[in-house]
Design a protein around this ligand. Sequence first.
Ligand code: 13P
Length: 332
Amino acid sequence: MSDVTLFETAQALVEDGKGILAADESAPTIKKRFDSIDVESTEENRRDYREMLFTTPDVASYISGVILFDETIRQSAADGTSLVKILQSHGIIPGIKVDKGAKPLAGYPGETVTEGLDGLRDRLAEYANLGARFTKWRGVYKITEEAPSSASISANAHALARYAALAQEAGLVPIVEPEVLMDGPHDIDVCEAVTEEVLREVFAQLAMQDVLLEGMLLKPNMVISGTECPEQADVEEVAERTVASLQRCVPAAVPGIVFLSGGQSDEVATAHLNAMNQLEMARPWKLSFSYGRALQAAPLKAWSGKTDNVAAGQAAFMARAKANGAATLGAL
Ligand code: 13P
């Protein structure tokens, strides 16, 4: 697999006006989402829900790629067509989450390190055969008085870089996702400092492992006030401080930065992205989205597990996709 392919895939994922749908919820996470609409998390219901999203007419105008979960990349629609084929036929690039989740970091209560490196080379080869062209791995950092520790920052960055190098070896674009969680009473200054420390270590490790920056995407959190902080930074401040932090830490060779929504409401996540793309500040990378909840909250509710609601669910998904597509251009 050539570097050109990696570069082209990364570029295609952040084409103007488009971004990524993260639909890679693990079994426990999708169960949580289904619990909220009182739908049982069976294999068929999970398939029906994701089939609804992926077959939304014309959504490829705003969605460049979809991140799948292991179960989904092997699933077929009700008519027997594989979900991967359905995405490909719409011109949407299939991707796959390859990490095995954030597990307790020994010696650091409350902190985690993401696992999944053992056997990853073989799993990547299989996913490439199944049609995936890009991948995702998420490291998670919680902010408390003690955390994140340098042990967690270092261990997660190392794993992210090892993963990214293996993904590129398999010809798959790695989405490198270091997520500093927004939960907690900390203010935006603390989020900024932690985010920058994490990003610096991630890019140091990526350099150490010879990861091709032109053939990857970064999926970071925004620089934002903690959810329980009494003083909440407004949209303009979040936009400016996020871009300023990224300017300090992310090399210009990275083609795109695709934000996670991380629990922000769908409208706020869109407003933040739009505001960033309206700034006069230098942005050498594309700024786009790889939202899970901020794209799915509305369609999930509109669908509520009923076949009769498929059109309503698709309309809700289309509305969120279109708004975020516009936000990548600062056009809202
Ligand atoms: P959220 O946008 O809901 O944070 O999900 C994105 C994601 O893929 C987290 O790993």
